[in-house]
Design a protein around this ligand. Structure first.
Ligand code: FES
Length: 156
């Protein structure tokens, strides 16, 4: 980290709070997640406390504060998937993994994120496990899926 963040920051003017979200998005696109160091740096750049930034950023589902796990579950909560029941699937994933969206398990092996569209809107709710897509997911499929993933993780 360092040069890339500084390069991105140079494109913005310091002290403009309205730039916070695009700035965080750009840094995350480049780095995959927002480390604590980044939050502190961006905080002093835009003039907001780190607490305030975490508060604002967690409001947007797309921000991740840890590197993705070895197994990365992504669930779509875009309009179509939402209308097809993605929220119940999200709640089940949270319940089964003990993780909130954007978090990675302590051992760094499992993470889950909420995304806004995966391009499979007619097949929702859609989830992906690494690069494998699962359409029409129902909440009651989640425990079995997580069990299989845990088995894979434990025996890897
Ligand atoms: S809204 Fe979920 S795949 Fe498009």
């Amino acid at each position: 980290m360092g040069t890339e963040i500084d390069t991105i920051l140079k494109k913005y003017n310091a002290g403009r709070r309205e730039d916070l979200i695009p700035l965080l998005q750009e840094i995350q696109d480049d780095n995959g997640h927002l480390s604590e160091e980044v939050i502190v740096k961006v905080g002093s750049f835009v003039g907001l406390s780190t607490t305030k930034i975490y508060g604002l950023a967690t409001f947007y589902d797309q921000f991740k504060f840890f590197p993705a796990g070895k197994i990365r579950i992504r669930i779509c909560n875009g309009t179509s998937c939402f209308l097809n029941g993605s929220l119940a699937v999200i709640n089940k994933i949270r319940e089964e993994t003990g993780l909130n969206a954007g978090q990675t398990s302590r051992d760094g092996k499992l993470s889950y994120e909420i995304v806004t569209c995966m391009g499979g809107c007619n097949n929702g709710p859609v989830i992906s496990v690494n690069d494998e897509y699962h359409p029409f997911v129902k909440p009651d499929q989640i425990p079995e899926l997580i069990k299989k993933l845990r088995f894979f993780i434990d025996n890897d």
